[in-house]
Design a binder for this molecule. Structure first.
Ligand SMILES: [Zn+2]
Ligand SMILES: [Zn+2]
Length: 346
């Protein structure tokens, strides 16, 4: 089978041959159909100086978001059959520790992930444990199911905060990249009436408006917190979600746009020196929730949303490449400001 391996920062990825893996008793063999180029992998590919991710090393296979067809099932597999379409959760727990037993496999001390602990999914075949491969119906295109993992990241953040989503009337999303655009669609699908989308990229704001009817605010033109308060009768929003990441100057505007007793949800990876103003948090009685990854429960809920077409993930797939164009795909994700989901057909 074909597999992509990193062969240095000059050469990039090379497609090489490797024997096809065999599933063990509780695993399925998956013929991978398409894979997304993740932001983390782009950092590793470009050797960016980011202390949270290590650059690729010689021989590494990238990728953790995969969709494919079950080709073979292990002896003890009951829930999946050959020929079924599946999306794979990028990581899995040991299944035995206290966290795993309580459904918090994302906190498992022995967590394993594609593309980090074992080779990634830029490969014609992968094996995955039965419980992390989720079947979806044939009416959904393979690429449509790819964003399930990112949607699950978003949903887990919302749920972790403990807020009653039914009672949320207003939300502000800071940052309209892939996760931000998925977030505005998810908030709309959850029935939240007024969604503000904040960014400095006019074309992404236009997409946020088109996909979720978001009230868009270009932070390079107006002050988001002032604009949000103005449009909420001076009160502010129930929730503010940080999805800009890096060193974008969004932290104070997000706190300032919240109503008293509002909830701030931190989802994007920020610079190491970033800090929140705890005086504001105290004086406005704000709740702050940090969140990363998710569990299989959110994967299932989000896949169901895709199947019901309450979100249209296809709308944010901007580029498609063939497997042997993998380096072009990574360069596109890194350099093309119009790129959102960059999909590689395997
Ligand atoms: Zn565990
Ligand atoms: Zn990811």
């Amino acid at each position: 089978m074909k597999i992509a391996r990193f062969r240095g920062f000059e050469e990039g990825f090379v497609i090489e041959e490797k024997p096809r893996p065999a599933p063990s008793d509780d695993e399925v063999l998956i013929r991978v159909k398409c894979v997304a180029v993740s932001g983390t992998d782009v950092y590793r590919f470009r050797k960016y100086d980011n202390p949270t991710v290590m650059p690729f090393k010689d021989g590494d296979t990238p990728g953790h978001e995969a969709v494919g067809i079950v080709e073979e099932v292990g002896r003890k597999v009951k829930s999946l059959k050959e020929g079924e379409r599946v999306v794979v959760q990028p990581f899995w727990g040991c299944g035995k520790c206290d966290n795993c037993k309580k459904g918090r496999e994302n906190f498992c001390p022995s967590i394993q992930a594609f593309g980090f602990h074992i080779p990634g999914v830029f490969s014609e075949y992968i094996v995955a444990r039965e419980d992390i491969a989720l079947n979806f119906n044939d009416e959904i295109d393979f690429e449509e199911a790819l964003p399930t993992h990112h949607m699950a990241v978003n949903l887990y953040g919302l749920k972790s905060s403990g807020i009653d989503l039914q009672s949320v009337n207003t939300a502000a999303v800071f940052g309209t990249g892939n996760l931000g655009l998925l977030m505005v669609m998810q908030l709309k699908a959850l029935g939240i009436p007024k969604i503000f989308a904040v960014d400095i990229d006019e074309s992404r704001l236009a997409i946020a408006k088109k996909l979720a009817g978001s009230v868009t605010i270009n932070a390079s033109i107006s002050k988001p917190d002032e604009e949000i308060r103005r449009q909420t009768d001076g009160i502010g929003t129930d929730i503010a979600i940080e999805l800009a990441g890096g060193n974008a100057p969004t932290l104070d505007p997000a706190l300032d746009s919240l109503r008293k007793g509002g909830t701030y949800i931190a989802l994007a990876v920020r610079g190491m020196e970033d800090g929140l103003n705890f005086r504001k948090i105290l004086s406005k009685s704000l709740r702050v929730q940090g969140s990363s990854t998710h569990t299989i429960k959110e994967m299932k809920d989000c896949l169901q949303m895709i199947e019901q077409r309450s979100v249209d993930t296809k709308e944010i797939i901007t580029h498609r490449f063939k497997f042997d164009e993998i380096n072009d795909a990574f360069n596109c994700r890194a350099d093309d400001p119009t790129s959102l989901y960059v999909v590689v057909d395997i």
